[in-house]
Design a protein around this ligand. Structure first.
Ligand code: 0X9
Ligand code: ZN
Length: 449
């Protein structure tokens, strides 16, 4: 896209009138009341489909279910058009023409308008979601990283530590954002294979769980800042560490796109019926489409049309399959203060007794470090298509889900800036522990004998 057009896109967005009735009148963080504890218990007892309702503090306003149909589905588009008649037809299809060139026009079109234009035979030369020209976190939560600042944070680590940190994109989101990965390895960089045992830390399967972006970022910063600390150095030299803070970048950006949180959970796929999103943590191929996931496109736990239907889960799958040295994985979510291990899609424990022992020992150790509770995922509720079930079942990666708990601030999904520093130290300790045992997680169990 020419620079001028990009600037115009931003400018055009800035002057776009607010769509009548497009935003529910709700403020950002919902006050949590005295404690989140009862909520967490409720959540534990709940089935996944009921989550949005029980996640609400009792004193809070009515549940702000994500208004999927109201998601901003507009794009800045450039369409080939030579004549005035063509421009008229384009305007008639519903596009607001903001710029006219000799053989193209640029402006704003809804996704359905783009489909109409295509049906009329028009060539779309460029399209970019307006969701990327976002506002930001509300002022009180500026410490959180939006997509751009997350990328800048990783870039500055890589730039300052070229012998330790490299970066690459594992693929693109539905709206076309790169999914960035920072790699910590003293001998290999970028996508080059490594024989060293690998550990992966991924955040933000769920858009509104912004703390799950911050914790892996803090881990990345810690690894760089403490690289000369002997214990950290030893891990850096002997392991291959990957940090992917923002898997659901489209959803995370949408969630903050108006300066007020939107309680978005899913990715930003436009489903055939125009409902928005697939729950990425129901889209993996382990008992796909079963309990704890929904076939309704409007549902917050919509599993998608098929396993790995989403570009985000496809990218993550390909990334892991290409790296057989990866032995451990941590997937960050919020909130409940839990260290979870498979299975989550069924009630029975993992079948391999040695694995189960290692899972229990490691989860207990990480629970101690974080102050969280260790349990089998399905104790929370059964949910199929979960990331960590698949990574363990298909790739034998020892995989954990951490439900971070914002033990400071307002609680819930939007716990405030103080939660970052409050939750980081324990989770960094737990992450380093996981990295250490990535050569052979069974060693963790042996160590306690
Ligand atoms: O439901 C989820 O995907 C996770 N909880 S969240 O509130 N962050 O959405 C929990 C995943 C744990 N896995 C299973 N219970 N299967
Ligand atoms: Zn989650």
């Amino acid at each position: 896209m020419p620079r001028l057009l990009l600037a115009l896109a931003v400018a055009a967005f800035a002057v776009l009138p607010a769509r009548a009735g497009s935003e529910p009148g709700r403020s950002g963080a919902v006050p949590a009341g005295d404690s989140n504890r009862p909520l967490i218990q409720l959540k534990r007892e709940a089935k996944a489909e009921e989550l949005p309702a029980v996640d609400q503090p009792s004193a809070a306003p009515a549940a702000p279910a994500v208004p999927a149909a109201r998601a901003d589905q507009r794009y800045w588009v450039v369409v080939r058009a030579m004549t005035r008649d063509q421009r008229t037809a384009i305007a008639g299809a519903g596009m607001s023409i903001e710029e006219i060139g000799s053989n193209q026009v640029a402006g704003v079109a809804h996704i359905k308008t783009i489909q109409k234009l295509k049906a009329l035979g028009f060539e779309i030369l460029f399209q970019t979601s307006l969701a990327r020209y976002t506002k930001d976190f509300p002022p009180q939560d500026k410490a959180y990283h939006d997509y751009k600042r997350m990328l800048e944070a990783l870039q500055s680590l890589a730039k300052a530590n070229p012998k330790l940190v490299s970066m690459f994109s594992i693929g693109r989101t539905w709206q076309g954002r790169d999914i960035w990965c920072a790699r910590f390895n003293t001998t290999e960089s970028g996508a080059k294979p490594s024989q060293k045992p690998g550990a992966v830390f991924v955040g933000n399967h769920h858009a509104r769980e912004h703390l799950s972006v911050e914790i892996p970022l803090k881990l990345a910063e810690h690894l760089a800042a403490k690289q000369n600390d002997p214990a950290v150095r030893k891990l850096l030299e002997s392991r291959d560490i990957y940090v992917i803070p923002m898997l659901n970048a489209d959803g995370a950006e949408y969630d903050i796109s108006t300066g007020e949180y939107k309680w978005q959970r899913k990715n930003m796929r436009v489903n055939p019926d125009q409902e928005i999103g697939v729950d990425l943590n129901r889209n993996y191929d382990f008992l796909f489409g079963g309990e704890g996931s929904s076939g309704d496109t409007y549902s917050d736990t919509y599993h998608g049309p098929s396993a790995f239907s989403e570009p985000e889960t496809q990218a993550f799958k390909a990334f892991l399959e290409a790296r057989p040295n990866v032995k451990t994985l941590q997937s960050y979510h919020s909130y409940s203060s839990l260290i979870l291990y498979p299975w989550g899609g069924k009630d029975s424990p993992v079948e391999d007794a040695q694995d189960l022992k290692a899972y229990k020992v490691m989860a207990a150790a990480m629970a101690k470090m974080t102050g969280y509770t260790a349990e089998q995922s399905s104790d929370l509720y059964v949910a199929t298509g979960d990331c960590t079930d698949w990574t363990y079942a298909a790739l034998k990666i020892f995989s954990f889900t951490t439900e971070l708990y914002p033990s400071y601030g307002n609680g819930g999904f939007y716990p405030g800036a103080a939660a970052i520093d409050k939750e980081a130290p324990g989770n960094i300790k737990a992450a380093l522990y996981l990295v250490e045992y990535s050569d052979d997680p069974h060693r963790a169990a042996a160590a306690t004998r």
